[in-house]
Ligand binder design. Structure first.
Ligand SMILES: [Mn+2]
Length: 254
């Protein structure tokens, strides 16, 4: 008899496509529905598909984390219009922050467990910040309060356009995949990584010194980027998404 795990393994091998679990935003504002709803921009899953993966969305159900991790080969932690509660990194919260405890609790737990299980993790924007907090790092609660910069990290132009350059450090996993030292990216964040979490290094910075990408120095793939490569603006953005797919594939082939 085949159980569901065996079947999903056979399916993955036949398709030769890794299954990527994508985290969802949750909202109670009565816009899409009068009742609480989940949402994600289509380009998260579309870019995964272009890069050669299969996407599934993961509801914020903490009790299902072990089962989710049994059938996904890679995890994509998405961003959103909210902030992680600074209490999670030992700071008092600025009153202007917008937090979503249910979502953060789920993302914190699934990301922590995925890293422990050596499941490849890519964090985008808020997802990058989450990786840093999971590994014990801290965040700048509001960039303009701390860094005097000409760069507007919350870009006023549309999000499908670039707004600033990032410089990618050589000898990093990110560099190995994008194979260039400069990208022109979008920027939709008011927070940034401050003190790095355990075993993390900086893999990219913007011209004002804001941390724009981090990665784990441990053998498993764990990468965070502060911009949104799923918009496929810079011609190397697809390589960022492919880095997750390639790492997830390696895990299947093991
Ligand atoms: Mn930025």
């Amino acid at each position: 008899m085949f159980n569901i795990l065996t079947l999903s393994l056979i399916f993955k091998r036949l398709m030769n496509k890794p299954v990527i679990g994508i985290t969802l935003d949750e909202e109670e504002e009565q816009t899409y529905s009068k009742y609480p709803w989940y949402a994600a921009r289509k380009n998260y899953s579309e870019s995964i598909e272009i890069a050669g993966g299969i996407s599934i969305f993961l509801p914020n159900n903490v009790k299902a984390i072990n089962q989710y991790l049994n059938f996904i080969d890679g995890l994509l932690v998405t961003g959103g219009d909210f902030d992680i509660d600074p209490q999670m990194y030992g700071q008092e919260r600025k009153p202007t922050l917008r937090i979503k405890n249910g979502r953060t609790n789920f993302e914190f737990k699934i990301t922590k467990k995925a890293i422990q299980k050596k499941i490849p993790v890519l964090g985008i924007c808020g997802g990058q910040q989450l990786i840093n907090v999971v590994l014990g790092g801290t965040l700048l609660q509001h960039i303009p309060d701390v860094i005097d910069s000409d760069i507007k990290h919350e870009q006023p132009n549309p999000r499908n356009e670039p707004s600033h350059f990032v410089h990618i450090k050589k000898n990093t996993i990110l560099f190995n995949f994008v194979k260039c030292s400069k990208m022109f990216v979008n920027s939709a964040h008011h927070q940034a990584v401050d003190k790095l979490g355990k075993n993390l290094i900086v893999s990219a910075v913007s011209e004002d010194g804001v941390i724009e990408a981090i990665e784990s120095t441990r053998s498993n793939y764990c990468l965070g980027v502060q911009w949104h490569p799923e918009f496929l603006i810079d011609n190397k953005d697809i390589n960022v998404i492919k880095s997750l797919i390639t790492s997830a594939k390696k895990k299947i082939d093991k």
